[in-house]
Design a protein around this ligand. Structure first.
Ligand SMILES: *Cc1c(COP(=O)(O)O)cnc(C)c1O
Length: 559
């Protein structure tokens, strides 16, 4: 057992009594002070609290005259629960109920002998795992998620109100937006960190400004981890978003007017794959490919035939609303026949690729672009992976080609997210996203709803509400929203409705899976979706589902 201990000038004697008594049963790290010279208690409380917060010490012990300043300082740290104990009874209860991990003692209140007894009781008492105490500790630790931004409460109440509203929305609604996920606290901490203060035009080791060593370290971690996670030769982690990642590849490889072949936007492609209203459609000659009208899936023979005729410079695959596995090996073969660049935008499925539940495009593609915030669940941002031979051209395309200073705070959060994905439990998580999606999809399908392509292989599916119920995607999404279930309207292949109305809705399971939901919850949610859409004008059903949905999500807290 490791114990970190410190005091101020008022607690030196008590501290040495405890160190002497406990050094036979624990490894004690004494953070001082050694003398009774006047000092500032936070200077001594901080290293002890930091050691406990980081998990380097199991317990902390802090002593001043009253114990109060020490406990206040220590309790500023996440995962530190510091308690002032004047009796062994209090030490017992605060261990059992609050899982206190920092013992604070007042030298004015207890004798050295009794302090030793309190300390021994504290470290020997196990935490009570009873549900009610666990629940209360959980609430304490999260502070209603408001501790994330508690400074804003006072400094900017208006912005704070917006964040609080988002927090409440996440806490009460079922989020099935396929392009969204829920980031970890660690990720948000990095994203909100002081790394945002630094200008770092250039790349690690080759920056324009001085003072870049800390951000170099963060960006190097992100690049290294990205390459390791996805098995890539090279990573550029600077693109501000997925669209910028795509722009970087175009800029690195082709000239204005050159031809790109990509999946049609209204069949699941993305704006930045060549929509006329997007830079990509304005600068390049875009030739869309379509899914097979019967199967609503990519027909690789048709794709090959078209690609050989069109002879694009880039064959771009990847989508925003394609529910099926993409055969990257086959696409590589097509690209080799055509002699074009193989570019894959895995924005939606990056987490499934990282978790090993969708084949990786990385071994095949010249370039792989992605966002880091969809199934990957990291900070909002973009990234490009490429073969070694393109590394230089890619990096110059990002900077100085299109961006100035990178967002090093976001890059650090990307690094945090990549590390999270290297933990073994993420494999299970990715598999659960797909399992949940299949169950949710089947529940809706079994109630008679037509599913585009007849099912799903990944984290999303499309429901044809027009054919099934004669309603538009817009109406369906609005009714579900009123019932506390958030989806988006989406065009389906060969849609006869405008993109503003659409015939379909898109449903994704990344966010609910992050919250820990499994198959039984998917059956409930699928049933609610159908209850609402079966009787779209019945607002009493929407109200009933909203209440039930709220009760369900209460049991699956946001990280
Ligand atoms: C979401 C998405 C993007 C773009 O992401 P932004 O970060 O919003 O620019 C690019 N490609 C695909 C396939 C996407 O789904």
């Amino acid at each position: 057992m490791k114990i970190a201990i410190a005091s101020d000038h008022g607690g030196v004697e008590l501290k040495s009594a405890i160190v002497n008594a406990l050094s036979t049963v624990a490894t004690i790290q004494d953070f001082g002070p050694a003398t009774k010279e006047s000092c500032d208690y936070p200077d001594y409380a901080i290293p002890v609290a930091a050691a406990v917060a980081a998990g380097e010490a199991e317990f902390g012990i802090l002593i001043c005259r009253s114990g109060i300043g020490m406990s206040m300082t220590a309790n500023r740290f996440q995962n530190v629960r510091a308690a002032i104990c004047q009796t062994t009874e209090v030490a017992t209860v605060t261990r059992q109920h609050n899982a206190a991990n920092v013992l604070c003692l007042g030298a004015n209140d207890v004798s050295p002998d009794y302090a030793v007894e309190i300390a021994k009781t504290f470290i020997a008492t196990p935490v009570d795992m009873d549900e009610r105490h666990a629940r209360r500790r959980f609430k304490l630790e999260r502070a209603g998620r408001l501790s994330d931004c508690s400074g804003l409460m006072h400094d900017d109440p208006e912005v704070f109100a917006a964040i609080k509203a988002q927090t409440e929305q996440e806490d009460t609604e079922i989020n099935l937006i396929a392009s969204e996920n829920t980031s970890s606290r660690a990720c948000r901490e990095a994203a909100g960190s002081v790394l945002m203060n630094k200008y770092a035009e250039g790349y690690p080791g080759k920056r324009w400004y001085s003072g870049c060593l800390p951000v170099d370290a963060a960006e190097e971690l992100a690049r290294k981890r990205a390459c390791e996670l996805f098995g890539a030769d090279h990573a550029n982690v600077q693109p501000h978003c997925g669209s910028a990642a795509n722009m970087a590849v175009y800029f690195a490889t082709i000239k204005p007017g050159d031809t790109i072949m990509s999946l049609s936007l209204d069949q699941g492609g993305h704006l930045s794959h060549g929509s006329p209203v997007n830079f990509s459609g304005k600068i390049y000659n875009i030739v869309p490919y379509l899914v097979n009208k019967e199967t609503e899936m990519i027909d690789y023979d048709d794709l090959e035939k078209q690609a050989l005729e069109v002879k694009p410079k880039i064959l771009l695959s990847g989508a925003s609303a394609y529910p099926r596995t993409i055969d990257f090996k086959r696409i590589r073969e097509i690209c080799d026949k055509v002699g074009c660049i193989m570019m894959v935008d895995m924005a939606h499925i990056a987490g499934l690729v990282a978790g090993g539940v969708h084949p990786s495009p990385v071994p095949y593609a010249d370039f792989v672009t992605t966002t880091t915030h969809k199934t990957l669940g990291g900070p909002r941002g973009g990234m490009v992976l490429c073969k070694a031979q393109y590394a230089k051209a890619l990096d110059s395309a990002v900077f100085p080609g299109m961006q100035g200073g990178p967002l090093e705070n976001i890059i650090a959060a990307k690094a945090v997210s990549f590390r999270e994905w290297m933990q073994p439990e993420k494999k299970e998580y990715a598999a659960q996203i797909v399992k949940n999606c299949k169950v949710l999809c089947k529940t809706v399908q079994d109630r008679g709803y037509r599913i585009v392509s007849g099912g799903t292989d990944n984290h999303l599916f499309l429901v044809d509400v027009k054919t099934t119920k004669g309603i538009t995607g817009k109406e369906a999404a609005a009714a579900l929203d009123a019932a506390g279930i958030v989806v988006n309207k989406n065009t389906i292949p060969y849609d006869t409705e405008s993109p503003f109305r659409t015939s379909g809705i898109r449903v994704g399971t990344a966010s609910v899976t992050t919250r820990g939901m499994k198959e039984p919850e998917m059956i409930k949610i699928g049933t609610w979706i159908c209850d609402v859409l079966d009787n779209i004008a019945d607002t009493s059903i929407q109200e009933r589902v909203k209440a039930e949905a709220k009760a369900l999500v209460a049991g699956f807290p946001v990280p």
